[in-house]
Design a protein. Structure first.
Length: 197
């Protein structure tokens, strides 16, 4: 019986080069991303406003869908009909923390801490994590800029007294404990914003 030959023929060596972008990204974590589910009947004033939003560290990918499709997706969502919805678990996974206290901040979906540049959509995204979506929409439509958000001060009932009749006009009611929670979260974001300036 003849033994098989153990010789192996080696062809010419071809240089293999990895594409630069792949080799440069090795070991670099991917940028966090949230998928924002938008209803197809989203109001025009809120569509395609990501370019106007205050920038943040979390990239947003918007997906057009219907209420029925979102209902089939498992999980709890935060957001409003105006802004779109983010899966609550995914949103909590990519959180921004107060560097001093290490407490998680409630922020718009893209993680922006620059409250002075928040758009109406970002105000609603922020509020939807504290109060119901309908209340977040109502307050977001009333508080159009940072100055009005800063009027939320704990233990100060003046702005609360002004806000209640306006909320009732929109068939919403804001409880005092909800007002205090909004005040607390606004103060935390403001403290972080001032700490960076």
């Amino acid at each position: 019986m003849q033994q098989p030959s153990m010789e192996v023929e080696i062809g010419p060596i071809i240089g293999v080069y990895a594409p630069r972008d792949i080799s440069q990204n090795i070991g670099v974590p991917a940028q966090p991303e949230h998928i924002v589910y938008e209803f197809q009947d989203r109001p025009i004033e809120y569509q395609n406003d990501d370019d106007e939003n205050a920038p943040g560290p979390i990239r947003l990918r918007r997906v057009r869908t219907t209420r029925a499709e979102v209902g089939e997706i498992l999980g709890t969502f935060v957001g409003t009909h105006d802004t779109g919805f983010v899966n609550k678990y995914q949103h909590q996974r990519y959180r921004v923390y107060d560097p001093r206290t290490r407490e998680p901040l409630k922020l718009p979906f893209n993680g922006s801490t620059n409250m002075s540049d928040w758009t109406r959509s970002q105000v609603q995204e922020f509020l939807s994590q504290i109060v119901s979506p309908h209340k977040a929409q109502a307050i977001g439509r009333l508080c159009l800029d940072e100055i009005e958000l800063l009027l939320f001060e704990p233990k100060t009932s003046q702005f609360y007294a002004q806000l209640i009749p306006l909320m009732i006009l929109q068939n919403q009611y804001l409880e005092w404990h909800e007002y205090e929670q909004i005040s607390k979260e606004v103060a935390k974001v403001r403290r972080v914003q001032l700490g960076r300036n």
